[in-house]
Design a binder for this molecule. Structure first.
Ligand code: SF4
Length: 351
């Protein structure tokens, strides 16, 4: 049974009072309406979505890529990271490590240095560990099940790589796909993975998966879906009337760093190996925040759910006796810098 919100209203199943949009989803759930797509509908959704994708997909460096190593790198970089932040890193990383063998042979610090600025560095370590396993075995995994055996690869990433690189009929569900499915089918009797698997186009599974993600990223937006531009609106149960996702609570912090220069070198310190964030990465020495002191630079920086106000002060070389080391500016980029350190050094035109 598929009813549009206006039909629900017409049938008296919901009331069109203030805030009714946000309550449609719970109304659907409460009534346990079965909104699973029928077989003809599934075929039509596949055709419409793929046609739309062929005409409207964004041009991205990994678009059309079928090489498993390149697909894999793009999928790992895209985990919890915006597309725009990934584009340049993806190109640079593949220039530095064009094959899985070259990545496997690299030193951990070199891999982290290339990842610097992308955040969630655990991904880089797991990618490196996995590259070593793949290089040693002499072949890429093929099925999603095999990909999932590698460190850092979960169900979503495994299905994405297997479908895009090898054409395996494995559906993906990420946050975007989940939102699209919830909006389209309301209270389905099935979970998102099952629904996505039923909708998956058997001839072009990789493209279909990317089309679903593209729809979620560019049309079925979290806070204001563009239903007028949606290629599958005719099948959509809610047409964007599902309650908006609450914005995550963000914390605010103010921090200070010191820039110490000596000739053509700057002083950097290594974060502890036990740090929960960015272990073993290099950064400027931290400093007390002093509002009376003139800062060389003030920048804003966000890490996960915290927004930082960052003050960078000129430091005195005498303090450099603490742990850390002097690094030639020409060699700074060979170290795995934190994203914030890279941002500061760029803003100060040091790198
Ligand atoms: S019609 Fe609107 S809410 Fe439904 S899938 Fe399309 S964009 Fe999303």
């Amino acid at each position: 049974m598929l009813l549009a919100p206006e039909q629900l209203y017409f049938h008296g199943l919901i009331t069109k009072s203030a805030g009714h949009r946000g309550r449609v989803q719970s109304a659907i759930s409460d009534m346990n309406l079965r909104t699973d797509p029928t077989a003809p509908q599934r075929r039509r959704i596949g055709t419409q979505l793929l046609r739309w994708y062929d005409e409207n997909q964004r041009t991205l460096p990994w678009r059309g890529e079928r090489d498993p190593y390149r697909v894999w790198v793009s999928e790992i970089m895209l985990q919890q990271t915006r597309v725009n932040a990934v584009k340049d890193h993806y190109r640079r990383f593949l220039e530095r490590f064009p094959t899985v063998q070259e990545l496997a042979r690299a030193k951990p610090a070199a891999v982290l240095a290339s990842w610097s600025g992308l955040g969630y560095y655990r991904r880089a370590r797991a990618l490196h560990d996995s590259a070593r396993l793949v290089a040693r075995s002499g072949a890429f995994p093929r099925s999603a099940q095999e990909w999932q055996q590698l460190p850092g690869i979960g169900r979503y990433t495994a299905a994405a790589i297997a479908s895009i690189a090898f054409g395996e009929r494995s559906a993906v569900v990420d946050g975007n796909v989940e939102r699209v499915l919830a909006r389209m089918f309301g209270a389905s009797t099935k979970d998102s993975w099952e629904l996505a698997g039923e909708l998956l186009n058997a001839e072009r599974p990789g493209d279909f998966n990317q089309a679903m993600m593209e729809l979620g990223a560019t049309v079925c937006l979290p806070h204001a879906p563009l239903c007028h531009a949606c290629p599958v609106a005719e099948h959509c149960m809610t047409r964007g009337t599902v309650a908006k996702a609450p914005l995550p609570q963000r914390k605010k912090r103010e921090v200070g760093y010191e820039l110490l220069r000596q000739g053509d070198s700057i002083h950097l310190v290594k974060r502890p190996a036990t740090a929960s964030l960015m272990p073993n990465m290099w950064e400027l020495p931290s400093s007390r925040v002093d509002r009376k002191k003139r800062a060389l630079l003030r920048v804003r920086h966000s890490i996960t759910t915290t927004d930082y106000r960052v003050n960078v002060y000129a430091g005195s070389a005498g303090k450099a006796m603490r742990p850390g080391r002097w690094v030639r500016i020409s060699q700074v980029l060979e170290l795995p810098l934190t994203g914030l350190t890279r941002k500061i050094l760029r803003a100060l035109q040091i790198i």
